[in-house]
Write a protein that binds this ligand. Structure first.
Ligand SMILES: [Zn+2]
Length: 223
């Protein structure tokens, strides 16, 4: 601890969201970002089900951080995606999972992080949705399935696309590798951000074509 504090003087740990030095070297976030991203974030359970109404059936849908409203903290998801902020993603996932509480997870049989194409995984080195799964698993021991659903198509980035383009881009991107593993299960699909929901919709439609199961959705943010 003493060594840590001394090291921290010379090489201060930086906040995962805003990159300002953190004085307390235990956390991944500075106090300001901790307040915005954790303390002030309340699980929103209505907007995802509403956005998917008429498109796919889900049991529950929840996100925590609304980037469509908050200024100044948008950096965090970018950090998680591109600056290898693995610890931050797991930390945020743990903190927000605790806020959501055990009852949300009671009926969930298995978690599936939205898969990345193997090529993209290789470039980035990790899948941010896997880290969210790890955070939840650290709190409630729900099994994580990263093999039954896979990404077969290398899709373009969704960021510059509108809703229709996003849907066309991902509708055939996924395939089910193991039907029996998912049969009759309540699956919690995980992703970092909910934007138009096209990717999650594609996952659900792909699985539902072949397997009898139900779905819920959890993302860290809405953007
Ligand atoms: Zn910060």
């Amino acid at each position: 601890m003493v060594l840590n504090n001394i090291l921290n003087l010379f090489f201060p740990k930086l906040c995962g969201a805003c990159s300002k030095p953190i004085i307390n070297c235990v956390d991944e976030l500075c106090i300001n970002c901790e307040i915005h991203l954790v303390y002030e974030s309340n699980p929103n359970r209505t907007k995802i089900p509403k956005a998917l109404r008429g498109r796919v059936e889900i049991e529950k849908g929840v996100f925590f951080i609304d980037f469509t409203k908050k200024e100044g903290v948008q950096q965090v998801l970018h950090s998680i995606k591109y600056q290898n902020q693995k610890k931050l993603a797991i930390y945020l996932s743990e903190e927000l999972t605790k806020k959501l509480g055990a009852t949300f997870f009671e009926t969930i049989d298995v978690m599936i992080p939205v898969p990345l194409h193997p090529k993209k995984f290789k470039i980035r080195g990790f899948n941010q949705a896997d880290l969210i799964a790890t955070g939840i698993h650290n709190c409630f021991k729900i099994p994580i399935d990263t093999t039954s659903l896979q990404r077969k198509e290398f899709t373009d980035s969704q960021t510059k696309k509108n809703r229709l383009e996003r849907w066309k881009n991902v509708q055939n991107a996924f395939e089910v590798k193991d039907k029996t593993a998912l049969n009759k299960k309540h699956i919690l699909l995980l992703d970092d951000v909910f934007t138009t929901g096209a990717t999650l919709e594609a996952c659900i439609k792909t699985i539902q074509k072949e397997v009898d199961c139900t779905f819920s959705i959890l993302t860290l943010a809405r953007a």
